[in-house]
Design a binder for this molecule. Structure first.
Ligand code: MEV
Length: 443
């Protein structure tokens, strides 16, 4: 019989020692002792590394390791990379590696960064004279820039800083609502802290300007929020693949080069127009992008949010990639926002993120944007290739085979036999279970 556990509000939880937090969390599980032991077993053997990991987040009671993988043979702008990818999905790295290898023989990826401007907004309410505020804006800007100098000085020395500032009357959304929209160049840093600090300081600076201006001080000023935007539509990377059609002979078993290309282009067109397909298509791109972002200590949620907003910029959610061909050449490309950093934050804190960047040859933010986008396009190519030829499940289930055998508690010897048996057969959970049962009966 299971007994209901008493629950109560936990006060001061964050101040408890790890062992107590772990015990309290384990209480939520059926087998408390086993849960506590499991959490403890994932603690890093090096106290220094554990301290570092725990310091990254809050209320850490264990670690949650994900596989750290590499995809070799990424030829991007003539340079070869071994690309680190952190992901839990078994087929992602295999797909990236096989597409990278395929395209390395066909000129590789060509990539460029269109711009690297990031932005943020101070959202505020102002009830005073709107025309007067607009008219005074050049002076307001000068004052804000002066107030921000202690914050921007260092970034300016590195070639970055505050780029532009716009006052937007947002009265059509809400009475008296304005935005101070600011553009930043944060060089190789992701720059979130820099941008947010500048925006918060701007809220103060705007207040000080308004209160000392006799024509503006009568209006009520109320700053609402100061925060960067993850819609980085001016921080764009583009990556493309292209080759003569005759280099695609044999690319897909059973299909001529022409048929393969036409099926491929049709699939991408469908993802341009149909939201159900577009979402999955873009998920396939993010499989590659996120894995690189995670491996290099960047913020994949920020890139996801920006990418999907960008995919909707026409008013309809569409594929991030496009494909076309003429009678000679096939072209496949991806353009998307990608606000990444290679200095500061987790990139230098997490030992594996640091190692990833070293493996990539210490890229600047531009280069990392191109690498992550190439991984996205590689995964997208592999997915569309499979979907329009063999179907996705053949490869997926083969990769999934080890997960299934693991779940069924197969020994190394049994797993080996399962792999041999299914080398030329359709893999399914049911089929593997029956085969293993059969195997165990006969042994
Ligand atoms: C699976 O993680 C990703 C795919 O569904 C992408 C796609 O359908 O294009 C295979």
């Amino acid at each position: 019989m299971t007994t209901m556990k008493e629950k109560s509000i936990l006060k001061g939880f964050s101040r408890l020692p790890v062992r107590d937090k772990r015990r309290l969390a384990a209480r939520e599980c059926a087998d408390e002792a086993r849960a506590e032991e499991l959490f403890a077993s994932f603690e890093h053997p090096s106290a220094a590394i554990q301290e570092l990991l725990s310091g990254i987040s809050e209320n850490t009671i264990s670690n949650y390791p994900l596989p750290y993988n590499v995809a070799p043979n990424f030829l991007i702008n003539g340079k070869l990379y071994m690309v680190p990818m952190v992901t839990e999905e078994s087929s992602v790295v295999a797909a990236a590696a096989s597409a990278a290898r395929f395209w390395a023989d066909r000129g590789g990826f060509r990539a460029k960064v269109h711009s690297r401007t990031k932005n943020g907004q101070l959202h505020f309410l102002y009830t005073g004279n709107k025309e007067q505020l607009q008219a005074a804006f050049p002076l307001v800007e000068e004052h804000i820039r002066k107030c921000l100098r202690p914050l921007t000085e260092n970034m300016e020395k590195r070639g970055g800083g505050l780029r532009g500032m716009q006052l937007k009357d947002q009265g059509h959304i809400l009475d008296n609502y304005f935005q101070l929209h600011m553009d930043f160049d944060t060089r190789d840093a992701m720059g979130a802290n820099f941008i947010n600090s500048c925006l918060e300081e701007s809220a103060e600076a705007l207040h000080s300007y308004l209160s000392q201006d006799s024509l503006l001080s009568s209006g009520h000023y109320e700053p609402l929020m100061a925060i960067l935007s993850n819609y980085t539509d001016q921080c764009l990377v583009e990556v493309s693949l292209s080759c003569p059609l005759d280099q695609l002979v044999g690319a897909a078993r059973g299909l001529t080069a022409g048929k393969f290309v036409s099926r491929f282009i049709t699939a991408v067109k469908i993802a341009q127009e149909d939201v159900y397909r577009a979402t999955t298509h873009n998920k396939g791109i993010m499989n590659g992008v996120d894995a690189v972002i995670l491996a290099t200590g960047n913020d994949f949620r920020a890139i996801e949010a920006g990418a999907h907003a960008w995919a909707s910029r026409s008013g309809q959610y569409r594929s991030l990639s496009v494909a076309d061909a003429d009678h000679k050449q096939f072209r496949f490309s991806l353009k998307m926002p990608m606000a990444l950093g290679t200095v500061g934050g987790l990139t230098s804190l997490h030992p594996l993120a640091e190692k990833s960047l070293e493996m990539l040859g210490q890229p600047g933010a531009d280069e990392l944007m191109m690498i992550a986008a190439a991984a996205g396009l590689a995964n997208n190519f592999a997915a569309i290739h499979s979907l329009t030829s063999t179907g996705i499940q053949a490869g997926h289930m083969r990769m999934h085979l080890s997960n299934i055998t693991m779940r069924l508690g197969a020994t190394a010897e049994e797993s080996q036999k399962v792999r041999q048996h299914f080398a030329d057969k359709k893999v399914s959970q049911q089929a593997v279970t029956s085969y293993l049962e059969q195997l165990r009966k006969t042994e």
